[in-house]
Write a protein that binds this ligand. Structure first.
Ligand code: AMP
Length: 420
């Protein structure tokens, strides 16, 4: 590809979503938002870019996402802005800014939209990707943890994705809990540092938990013997986790305990989880989430617990098993033969649409054969044929595209007939 051609195509790591796949995509996003709404999660929209500090302080400067992957730019007023790499910090920012936490709790919201991370593109990993998500803010009741996990699991199964749910608790930021454990982990890593891969050795200081995510064989071997957080939770985090697990069992949500699951963002506390799909390659996480009881305070707010999930739509589309055939909701295709019929076909399609009946028509001036072909492409159940005879008599011919049967009727009876 020449330089010019490259600059006129979609940027690396981004994709165009085209018909007909776009129908399936849209219906999966809608299914997510409907599933969330049925559990009481109201839609929320936040800007696609935020002040960079929202992510630096919210997600954490030592994280991979903030340190290496953000699309950060200065606008014309020299303000540092960042295309959102995730949805939780913006939602918390909006909650605090609008004082939603002073109203009824918990605040339960759902979002859907593009996220941006400058990662190395590969199958299932893009620089612009799409997440749906829910956040429940204001309660640390274990039922909230179980609720968001159950709602997410139900969405995957409704979307036709077979998943495995991995669950862990990473405790809370306290010397009696995670901080104490991290000291043990660092001691272990330092004692074994000569056996670690060099890049992981460097991480010990800044982000020791992330060594669990290393893809390096040498490091993996060391990590297999590392102390795990679940053995070092403080009594209240252990009790909370126990309760969450009990509730998941109560409602029949199956999961696997994964003590090495630590997740990449600083704000996570206590319950952390991930859904993976078996029919994806190395990028097999189709969603994740966790509790973030310290996030509000990192953004200058009061103590305010919260938990959320973020399913990734791009990978869900790759992993879907049951591919229901989705098409345009067009039920009637208007076929016009002759010039007089052309204007009438437009009026008739408009009339049908106004009556709530999906309609499409020929806009290319094709012949009968071409229009019938386009009618089947449109997914319509019926073709309405307007020829010279019909124009003269004020009638229309309705053809069932499934059976091939056709009947002629006064034009004004069309809506009732199609509905029946
Ligand atoms: P995270 O916010 O990293 O926990 O991501 C939650 C989910 O979003 C993941 O499980 C993926 O399904 C999806 N996701 C994250 N990053 C990407 C990416 N670069 N490309 C495609 N999907 C992604």
């Amino acid at each position: 590809m020449s330089q010019d051609q490259r600059e006129l195509s979609a940027p690396k790591g981004t994709r165009d979503l085209l018909p007909p796949e776009s129908w399936a995509w849209q219906s999966v996003v809608r299914l997510a938002m409907d599933t969330f709404a049925e559990a009481g999660y109201a839609p929320i929209e936040t800007p696609i870019f935020e002040h960079t500090e929202v992510f630096e302080r919210g997600v954490g400067e030592a994280t991979e996402v903030v340190g290496k992957q953000m699309y950060t730019f200065l606008d014309r007023g020299e303000r540092s802005l960042t295309l959102r790499p995730e949805g939780t910090a913006p939602v918390m920012r909006a909650v605090l800014e609008h004082n939603l936490h002073r109203g009824p709790l918990p605040i339960k919201v759902a979002y859907a939209g593009p996220m941006f991370r400058q990662e190395r593109p590969q199958k299932g990993r893009y620089r612009q990707f799409f997440q749906v998500g829910i956040e429940a803010i204001g309660s640390d009741d274990p039922r909230v943890d179980a609720e968001v996990i159950e709602v997410g699991t139900r969405f995957y199964s409704a979307a036709g994705v077979e998943t495995k749910l991995l669950v862990n608790s990473i405790g809370h930021q306290d010397p009696s809990c995670r901080q104490g454990y991290i000291k043990l982990l660092v001691e272990y890593l330092e004692a074994n540092s000569s056996s670690l891969a060099p890049e992981d050795r460097e991480r010990i200081g800044a982000n020791p938990l992330r060594t669990f995510d290393s893809k390096e064989a040498k490091t993996k071997e060391v990590m297999a013997g590392a102390p795990v957080i679940t053995d070092h939770l403080c009594p209240s985090c252990a009790e909370h986790f126990e309760a969450v697990r009990g509730l998941l069992a109560d409602v029949g949500v199956g999961y696997e305990l994964q003590p090495s699951l630590v997740r990449g963002l600083d704000y996570y506390t206590r319950t952390a989880f991930e859904w993976t799909s078996t029919n994806l390659g190395s990028q097999d996480a189709v969603g994740g989430g966790g509790r973030y009881d310290g996030l509000s305070e990192s953004l200058g707010g009061p103590p305010l617990p919260g938990i959320g999930i973020a399913p990734g739509i791009d990978r869900i589309m790759l992993a879907r098993q049951a591919r229901v055939s989705e098409a345009a909701p067009v039920r009637v295709y208007v076929v016009a033969l002759g010039d007089a019929a052309k204007g009438e076909s437009f009026r008739l399609a408009t009339r049908l649409r106004a009556a709530g009946i999906g309609a499409d028509l020929d806009l290319m001036g094709r012949g009968m054969k071409g229009q019938m072909k386009d009618a089947s492409r449109s997914g319509a159940r019926w073709a309405v044929i307007l020829g010279d005879d019909e124009m003269a008599s004020g009638q229309v011919t309705l053809k069932d595209l499934g059976t091939g049967e056709q009947e002629t009727m006064p034009s004004d009876q069309l809506e009732a007939r199609v509905r029946s």
